[in-house]
Design a protein around this ligand. Sequence first.
Ligand SMILES: Cc1cc2nc3c(=O)[nH]c(=O)nc-3n(C[C@H](O)[C@H](O)[C@H](O)COP(=O)(O)OP(=O)(O)OC[C@H]3O[C@@H](n4cnc5c(N)ncnc54)[C@H](O)[C@@H]3O)c2cc1C
Length: 504
Amino acid sequence: MQNRSTPEDFDVVIVGRGPVGAALANLLGLCGVRTLVLEREARTYHLPRAVHFDDECMRVFQTIGLADAILPHVILSPGMLFLDADGQLLLDWSRPQTLTPMGWNLSYRFHQPDLEDVLIGGLTRWPHVTLRSRCDVFALDQDETGVRVRYEDLSNGQLREVRAGYVVGCDGARSLVRRFIGSAMDNLGFHERWLVIDVLLKRDRDDLGNYSLQHCDPRRPATYVRGTGARRRWEITVLPDEDSQVVAQPEKVWELLSRWITPDDAEIERATVYTFHSVIARQWRKGRLLLAGDSAHQTPPFLGQGMCAGIRDAANLAWKLATVLRERADASLLDTYQSERLPHVREFIELAIRLGGVINTKAIEAGLAAGEARANAPVKLEVKKPLLGPGLALGDLPLVGHLAPQFSLSNGNRSDDRIGYRHVLLVETEAALWTHLRCALAQVEVEILTSDDAEGITPWLREHGIIAALVRPDRYVRGAARNDPELGQLVAAVIPPTHVPSAA
Ligand SMILES: Cc1cc2nc3c(=O)[nH]c(=O)nc-3n(C[C@H](O)[C@H](O)[C@H](O)COP(=O)(O)OP(=O)(O)OC[C@H]3O[C@@H](n4cnc5c(N)ncnc54)[C@H](O)[C@@H]3O)c2cc1C
């Protein structure tokens, strides 16, 4: 029984149960890590923010076993069109409606509170994960053995404390954990006030369309997004001389919306002015304190990548935390989290800023240069996923640091479901793997998938001129091998010296 004077002990305390904290808690649940989530609010933040996520995020949701629960809450997005002040198409960012190599669609629309409810509901599956709502964290003191986390239970005003091996601040833009880390923010230069209006349609307005539209009109740049169900969103620039309070009043909101809809068509769910920022924290880890999600980076929403970046943080961090906590790696493994994730998120934020320059018409040419110019057709945009920054990459083959595809297994299942949240070695045939290495890989929980399991593996390996690829739990390629000696080196790199058996 717990001694009353001894604080409860957790491996990880997550501050904040937004989408990033909830995703991270599910991933840690999957890894068997004793986790406490502390959240100030009583329930999910009810007002919508994110409306789009991508195929990589859906793959993370698949990993935590929640993709099927999320699917009923999403619709596929056909993409985004950028129109000039005369309605002429400037930039075409259509998305294919077919599955991508991730095994999912490229672009989903959703309602953030629906997604958060599923992620939070998923936590009940893990007996070693505890969620405490209405708990406001106010102090963190770390020493060599752990962190003392102090919080107020807002339901009764009691001050409480727990101990944690690590604390992850998923506590949003005004992060307390970031303040305890003492990190400054790098300012990438884009800060604009936008009025975000969500409406619920009262009658069909199919003419509004399914594409997101960027009205790149210097008089008043604006965005339209089709949401799920009856939801539709407009994001409208607030002009420098306008008061944020005044512009969000219903009368003004309807005036701004009048070119698209009237009160006969819809009711306003909310109208709020946000300042879209572009900032990245300089330091994501200090000893036992870490940041993930908006606490570490914020982007203008033009690419729909803010939350997606946070979900990627969670997928990158959770298995590293679990590995360190199991004493299978030194704590310095956690430094690869920032070094890998920061350049990746920075590239997305910089692209969002470039597109912002098309939308606000201040840098149209520079923004359009991000796409592919075509004769007698608008510029076509295709967004390539950035590479991971330097960290755990083994070797310098071009594939390393990219996402590996998800394969269809011969039994019809998806390969990630078989692999779980673990490393996998993709290899043409088992014969290519010496028996002793296979045993060693099993001991360190590295799965092996061959072309017998999924016939897509061989063509993919051959396309890249390799015979094997080592893929991390977050599905990024950690290393690749062109021949048997390189395969031996690859395997040796993930097997601790104590596990390497003799080849005899
Ligand atoms: C208008 C708009 C549109 C957007 N569109 C998109 C989009 O289409 N796609 C996309 O990917 N992203 C989008 N985003 C961004 C996305 O909403 C955020 O990136 C995402 O919500 C960040 O999640 P988070 O979990 O890091 O932080 P948050 O969602 O902010 O959650 C932080 C949580 O921490 C809690 N907390 C804070 N301090 C404490 C404390 N001291 N103690 C206890 N709890 C605490 C808070 O109560 C909160 O629940 C958009 C954002 C906006 C504003």
